[in-house]
Ligand binder design. Structure first.
Ligand SMILES: *Cc1c(COP(=O)(O)O)cnc(C)c1O
Length: 365
């Protein structure tokens, strides 16, 4: 039986091999490997794609978040409002600045930060908010931005799963004061190694971010702040330029698979993803919920269908955050117990998606 893979980054190379080989050769032969023409061109192309004014490449998505928070002046003694349910990197970025995390529970239907919970989470030391566009669907940004404005908070969106998604006709990357992206290979826009970027329309923030990520320097051997080294490699930028050209097309392939799932699974007991009427998600993940997920997962595995769990443990129950383990975050805890991610991606065909649908319907009959 042929396997339906959850993720197939090898497929992305095979599909684009001639262009990827040419991109690699161009960089290798150029004799210039860090902060050169490819990074500059990719930054311009990605800024243009999102509609943001500036784009700054970084070493990865976690650094993109940390750099942005630092550039916004977030540090020791500050509080940052962060979703209680997210990949742990969102939390780690805050912790690495020295600031404290205030977890905010999500809207259960969309898994995204609930703007109604912000007021109650606010502290006198709150300096920033990080809405995550989880699984590829933008968070409800208008009320979040209104709240931020009212309380003078900085908003960096975690768009690591949301390249190309729209909120009320505006693309992720332009929805907060800055947006952090990851180009980890499995992301919708993925490199062949680590990579990340920040988009923003704020010239001051953009300048600070470039400086902090380059040893705190905007002029060679002049160091105005305690920076670190987090830059996008030339070779990854060259690969990403090829991938950016197919991003919309590949996001549409994901939408087709999602449509087949939404249609084909509606008579099962599974809780299906809910798309807000103003959102155009990019389906980084297709996440369903059910009680006792182990049975479903092993049934699918026996039928050659690979699944994932995003994520099995909420950040406050991880060893890394054991000082927060006593917090009661019931929505997040229930979500983490019940979610299952079905395979989705540009590597999948409609027939494979139908096979997943049939296998799940068979499980429930
Ligand atoms: C992948 C991811 C990150 C971190 O990106 P890296 O490039 O792996 O450091 C941050 N937040 C979310 C929501 C992610 O999915």
């Amino acid at each position: 039986m042929n396997q339906i893979k959850f993720l197939d980054v090898g497929w992305t190379y095979t599909t684009l091999a001639a262009k990827m080989d040419a991109a690699a050769k161009r960089v290798l032969e150029s004799g210039w490997y860090v902060l050169g023409a490819e990074v500059k061109a990719f930054e311009e192309e990605f800024a243009h794609y999102t509609g943001a004014k500036y784009c700054i490449g970084t070493g990865n998505g976690l650094d993109a978040l940390e750099l942005t928070l630092r550039a916004a002046g977030v540090g020791v003694g500050d509080d940052v409002l962060v979703p209680s349910n997210t990949f742990i990197a969102t939390w780690l970025a805050v912790t690495r600045t020295g600031a404290n995390i205030i977890p905010v529970e999500p809207i259960e239907a969309t898994y995204n930060m609930d703007p109604e919970n912000l007021e109650q989470a606010l502290t006198p030391n709150t300096k920033a908010i990080i809405p995550v566009h989880l699984y590829g669907q933008p968070a409800d940004m208008d009320p979040i931005m209104a709240f931020a404005e009212e309380h003078s908070l900085f908003v960096v969106t975690d768009a690591a799963q949301a390249h190309g998604s729209f909120y009320k006709g505006r693309m992720s990357g332009t929805l907060g004061h800055a947006a952090a992206f990851s180009f980890y290979p499995g992301k919708n826009l993925g490199a062949f190694g680590d990579g990340g970027a920040i988009t923003t329309t704020d010239a001051t923030i953009a300048k600070k971010i470039s400086s902090i990520g380059n040893y705190g320097s905007s002029e060679k051997y002049v160091h105005e702040s305690l920076g670190f080294n987090s830059r996008l490699d030339e070779i990854q930028a060259a690969f990403l330029r090829v991938k950016l050209d197919v991003l919309d097309d590949w996001n549409w392939r994901r939408r087709n698979i999602a449509d087949i799932y939404l249609q084909g699974l509606k008579d099962t007991p599974l809780i299906l993803p809910v798309v807000a009427e103003w959102a155009q998600p990019v389906w980084h993940l297709f996440v369903v919920r059910c009680e006792g997920r182990e049975g479903l997962i092993s049934h699918l595995r026996e039928n050659g269908i690979h699944t994932g769990i995003h994520y099995p443990t909420p950040p406050h129950k991880q060893g890394a955050y054991k000082h927060m383990a006593h917090l009661s975050l019931p929505i997040s805890e229930a979500i983490h117990r019940e979610v299952v991610s079905l395979p989705i991606g540009p590597h999948m065909t409609a027939e494979q998606a139908e096979r997943v649908v049939n296998s799940i319907n068979e499980f429930y009959h």
